[in-house]
Design a protein around this ligand. Structure first.
Ligand code: 5GP
Length: 218
């Protein structure tokens, strides 16, 4: 059946669509990355990180343990140019990691030796993810500089890993490239369409879900 959309192609997603996609992606993430810390980019990464946590409990001493979730807040300002505006795209931090809490059992800020998985809902232009990884790399370097013993420092450097998980990766040219040593996982690759997440619905959520029959086939 053909469908008419208002201005852009829109893919409406139900909570269950997202839950299932994350559940299906989880075994590969566990096998290839085995995260020990999630960093959710708010607000879109919060619910995906929480869903993923259930699928990826870490086993320790025969017990299943929850992997901690930390949150960061970032806003992407895209301006269109113009006389008074700065041309380009800027990411602004609204919240960052609290190293006094994260690092309370360590001599550093708590990132070292961990497999840190950054979680967001969508990789669109990749600007936000690239910014986040760059900032985390700077924090990791600062923490490594606090380790005076060189052997220990290099051990921690090797053990610290950065990865990304997004529910949707839009297949399109990206504005920035990620470093080669950053692991990358996406649950679903999509064309460049607008993704309408259930948590953004401010109207009738049942209507949102039923309109999924109008979704373009991907
Ligand atoms: P970036 O361009 O940096 O990869 O993505 C920036 C942010 O734009 C995402 O974290 C997300 O909040 C928002 N965004 C980009 N594409 C979509 C989309 O298709 N649907 C929704 N709901 N948000 C999007």
């Amino acid at each position: 059946m053909s469908h008419i959309l208002t201005d852009v192609e829109m893919l409406r997603l139900s909570y269950n669509d997202i839950h299932t996609a994350i559940q299906n992606a989880a075994p590969k993430i566990k096998e290839e990355f085995a995260p020990t810390l999630f960093i959710a980019i708010g607000g879109g990464g919060f619910i995906p990180a929480r869903i993923l946590r259930t699928q990826l409990k870490a086993e320790k001493d025969g017990k299943k343990r929850n992997i901690p979730i930390q949150a960061v807040g970032l806003v992407l300002y895209e301006d269109m140019g113009g006389v008074e505006e700065k041309v380009g795209t800027e990411v602004v931090r609204t919240q960052w990691l609290d190293f006094s809490t994260l690092g309370q059992n360590f001599t550093h800020g708590g990132l070292l030796g961990r497999h840190i998985l950054v979680v967001d809902e969508v990789d669109d232009t990749r600007t936000t993810l690239t910014y986040t990884i760059r900032e985390l790399q700077t924090d990791i370097e600062k923490q490594l500089a606090l380790i005076t013993d060189e052997t220990e420092r290099e051990r921690l450097r090797k053990e610290t890993r950065l990865g990304i998980f997004v529910v949707h990766n839009k297949l399109k040219p990206k504005a920035a490239e990620l470093p080669a040593d950053v692991a990358y996982f996406s649950a679903v690759d999509t064309p460049d369409v607008w993704l309408a997440y259930p948590w953004e619905c401010d109207g009738d959520i049942d209507a949102h879900d039923s309109l999924r029959t109008h979704n373009p086939k991907i």
